[in-house]
Design a protein around this ligand. Structure first.
Ligand SMILES: [Zn+2]
Length: 109
């Protein structure tokens, strides 16, 4: 099994509770929670678009996005604008799923 390496300290992430996955548009990165805190402090102004994917906050966002995706893609709500929101939500749902398959699944609890 391939280990997940933290891009900040270049050490493997061994436990699920240490893992923080964050996304910025097309990129997904796995960090140790302590490393991510440092990254956040160092790059606050430039990288403020990184959003955490896992944990409670990420899970709640995932459920909301999934709901939005289904609602806007399966109904005619808001017409074309609704479809656009649906596609953007779908993209975010895919990011969450990708992050889970790529990183979270590989890190033991
Ligand atoms: Zn690290």
């Amino acid at each position: 099994m391939k280990t997940v390496i933290c891009p900040y300290c270049h050490k493997p992430i061994e436990k699920r509770e240490q893992l923080v996955t964050v996304s910025n548009l097309f990129r997904i990165r796995p960090y140790h929670n302590i490393c991510y805190e440092k990254v956040e402090q160092e790059t606050k102004t430039i990288w403020s678009f990184w959003t955490p994917l896992n944990g409670t906050v990420g899970m709640i966002r995932f459920v909301i996005l999934l709901g939005l995706t289904l609602w806007f893609l399966l109904t005619d709500a808001l017409g074309l604008g609704g479809e656009l929101i649906g596609v953007i939500s779908l993209y975010n749902v895919m990011i969450h799923v990708t992050s889970f398959c790529l990183y979270e699944k590989k890190v033991p609890k």
